[in-house]
Design a protein around this ligand. Sequence first.
Ligand code: FES
Length: 79
Amino acid sequence: DLAPGDGVVVHVRGKATAVCRDGDGELHRVSAHCTHQGCVVGFNSAEATWDCPCHGSRFAPDGRVLQGPAVDPLTPVDP
Ligand code: FES
């Protein structure tokens, strides 16, 4: 039950999954493991982004890269 603009990391079938409802109310599920070196991202509620604590990569709710060093998007996860 996520409000628009909220995100949380949950474990789905043993995998850390980043779940976020965007401003339009659409739910996105992507792997929570940063595509740079695999750290688990955290939700930045001020910016509605997934931020990696290790080297500062940032991702959009749908997993797109907003800021490197990561170059690949977060991996989509099937519902
Ligand atoms: Fe995420 Fe390096 S592991 S930025």
